[in-house]
Design a protein around this ligand. Structure first.
Ligand code: SF4
Length: 433
């Protein structure tokens, strides 16, 4: 799913067609690709968290493209990959034919390596083993004298590691001059660069979610059932926390309130829903005095009357972590420790054991958004083949996750019961974190 999503995203956002629309305009496509990379590099160099996030995304994109080139070459003589390496001055030491023949048995013993026929045409490269740690850990290369011997087809991980190191260094350098550039360019690009990470305009940007009848689906009456059926883990946890404590702390009210608003819950329904929960532990007067204003503010009816947008995943992931047991905002994939997240996935019966292992592996690698997208994939089988379900923003925006899930269930005829029974079951079984 991720690879095909990436391909679609590249096609949509980084590919310009020629005037007759039949061919890709390579020159123009390259221009927007390069420009967008450097704009983002400038916008995401400011803090350690932003740099780490940007580095992870760029490396993933780079690796995906490199693997596509490598796969195209697979079975042939890797012309495209070799051409790429030569063009980009990757200094890999090619193993001579004589040396290759003398190491034949050892090289042939690498698991998954070429068969005897392919061995003849396979090129091998020698790199310091420190640069091939990923291959070493997977036993996918032969090591001798401090060098790793790697077939051309497996060069990808070495090149990707070099790319990461080089981009990481460039980001650190850019961070050093960002303050000056932003200051000099205050009137032009400074504010744009500073605000870029908190904006989300991609696919799945918040839109009211409507049902088959064209009506908004989210109301005080339906929210319990839809929380269980269609909300991503962050919002499910906020919902569960609200049902359990009958209140939410400030950050939680903001994160959940803006999500609900973005998903189409009206001010009246939002107020009704929060009032229903909060007044279990306080009077209506207290609720009106302390919380109703904040809800109206969220909907742009008080204060600056600004149109606040729901938080995207990145803003949530990079935001303040919740205080355990007291606050429920944040992203569980980022902010829960491994044991808590694993227990939560098990309790919610997300997929089977191997699905949960796959989600946890992504979380442990720091791929929080991919872990979330995997959660979607596991709980919405074959979603990409259901017509009209837009998966593009899943893993990038909680509202996109919700929207895709609701349309998946609508299209596949499995719509949530709007009875409160289902939600009450969830509340009874909650208790993790
Ligand atoms: S990745 Fe995004 S949608 Fe998923 S749980 Fe985290 S914040 Fe929510």
């Amino acid at each position: 799913m991720f690879r095909s999503q990436l391909d679609t995203s590249i096609k949509t956002n980084l590919t310009i067609s020629s005037s007759d629309s039949k061919k890709v305009n390579v020159t123009e496509s390259k221009k927007i690709d390069v420009a967008s990379h450097f704009i983002l590099r400038a916008a995401y160099c400011r803090t350690e968290d932003l740099r780490r996030w940007f580095l992870a995304q760029e490396c993933r994109l780079f690796r995906h493209r490199l693997e596509s080139v490598s796969n195209k070459s697979h079975g042939g003589n890797n012309d495209a990959l070799r051409e790429f390496l030569a063009h980009n001055d990757f200094d890999l030491d090619r193993v001579t034919r004589n040396e290759k023949d003398s190491l034949r048995d050892k090289l042939m013993s690498i698991p998954g390596g070429p068969n005897p026929v392919e061995f003849h045409t396979t090129e091998y490269y020698r790199v310091p083993f420190i640069q091939a740690l990923e291959l070493v850990s997977r036993r996918e290369c032969y090591i001798e004298g401090g060098y790793a011997y790697v077939p051309l087809g497996r060069i990808v991980s070495i090149v990707a590691a070099k790319f990461r190191a080089s981009l990481s260094k460039s980001l650190a350098l850019a961070a050093g001059v960002f303050g000056q550039v932003a200051h000099d360019e205050q009137a032009r690009i400074g504010p744009l660069l500073k605000g870029m990470n908190s904006q989300y305009t991609g696919p799945g940007a918040p839109n009211a979610v409507v049902g088959l009848d064209g009506e908004e689906v989210l109301s005080a009456a339906t929210v319990d059932a839809l929380a269980e059926q269609s909300m991503p883990l962050c919002m499910q946890q906020l919902h569960t926390g609200l049902k359990r404590d009958h209140k939410l702390k400030h950050q939680g009210r903001l994160q959940y309130g803006l999500f609900l608003k973005g998903a189409g819950m009206s001010l009246e329904e939002h107020t009704l829903f929060f009032q229903r929960e909060f007044t279990r532990i306080m009077t209506s007067e207290q609720f009106n005095k302390q919380y109703a204003y904040g809800i109206r503010h969220t909907h742009g009816k008080e204060g600056k009357r600004a149109s606040y947008t729901p938080y995207n995943c990145m803003k949530i992931i990079l935001g303040n972590p919740p205080q355990s047991g007291v606050e429920h905002h944040g992203c569980p994939y980022k902010h829960y420790d491994d044991a808590n997240l694993s227990a939560l996935l098990g309790k919610l019966k997300i997929g089977n054991v191997s699905d949960r292992d796959a989600i946890m592996a992504l979380k442990k690698d720091g791929n929080f958004q991919l872990a979330c997208a995997k959660h979607f994939e596991v709980t919405h089988p074959a979603a990409k083949s259901v017509d009209g379900v837009n998966l593009d923003g899943v893993g990038n925006h909680p509202n996109a996750w919700f929207s895709a899930s609701v349309s998946y269930h609508n299209k596949s005829g499995k719509v949530a019961s709007t009875s409160n029974d289902m939600a009450i079951d969830v509340v009874k079984s909650e208790g993790v974190v």
